[in-house]
Write a protein that binds this ligand. Sequence first.
Ligand code: OSB
Ligand code: MG
Length: 374
Amino acid sequence: MKLLSLRLHHLEMPLVAPFTTSFGTQTVKRCFLVEARLETADGQVVTGWGENVALDRPVYSPEYLDGAADVVRRWLAPLLFAADDLTAETVGHRLHRIVGNQMAKASVEMAVLDAQLRAEGRSFASYLGAVSATVPSGVSVGIQDSVEATVGVIGGYLDEGYARIKLKIQPGADIAHVAAVRREFGDDLPFQVDANAAYTLVDAAHLRRLDEFGLLLIEQPLGEADIRQHAELAKLMHTPICLDESVVSAEAAADAISLGAAAVINIKPGRVGGYLEARRIHDLARAHGIAVWCGGMLETGIGRAANAALAALPGFTLPGDISGSDRFYAEDIITEPIRMHDGVVDVPTGPGFGVEIDPERLERFRTSVVDLTP
Ligand code: OSB
Ligand code: MG
């Protein structure tokens, strides 16, 4: 295929409620969608959409939204326009000499992939080798101001039917909240916590207190670069350690697995440079008997639909952060929002990612469009 045009649609979408993690509180979601128009070898012109998941500020990873847009504009787009035989499978190779910037790369690869699959009339789930028509739907719950609020908010999600609860924790909002949730909802609730790198190995004795609550896992207790320290922590506590921030590539996943730093891996396509790298990590983890699940970055319906397909691969044995669109947004930018029902989300079956942009909402939530076509 040949890339004909590339446009970035910058969006600002209000969240239904503030979302607090150990790195701050978010009340709006800012992101950009990548719209790529390509011409296939037989002259068909197709459009594909990708989503960039970088946060406003470089607090989760080194990337941040405006930086990612700049990287796409200055460094990635020219490499893609220079290719005469572009395919989704070769985007990574074309961009290989640009170091890091996984979220920027993932967003353009996504758009090419969506276009390619639409040209073939093939769904992303079929392309990946998905083995299930629905995926269990977990929800990520932000840090609340009080233990009572934590219990109340989680109770609301359980009433809606979510299959698994993940609670954000940080020093000062951890053991008491977890204990209250277990007391209120019992030991059978599939329940895990995410620290977003808020602790250090010095906190090992404190973190070990979580062991008595039978959590599915603790996600990224230590820093992104602390893969070896996670392996040390794993020897000091029983709760399975899951890595998120640390796993930035298949190579990092291999290191974490061989060091014993990760019993579980949260796979986020944006964080690792795209859905194809995400699948490689899935394959690697599966071969090593390491469980994986699909994380989220408050995606719009585009990324949410793609994540549902990814999570339908056989190694995704734990429920992901794949909630309904209404978990974060009163209105999504796709025509049919992603719905959680009976504790699951349906894997889209239409061509490409299987969802359509609603032009009216796209325009309403859009703050600007940048055309990168030379
Ligand atoms: O650590 O998983 C995380 C959101 C932004 C940045 C990091 C994380 C998260 C979430 C939200 O937990 C998951 C979701 O999109 O539902
Ligand atoms: Mg996380």
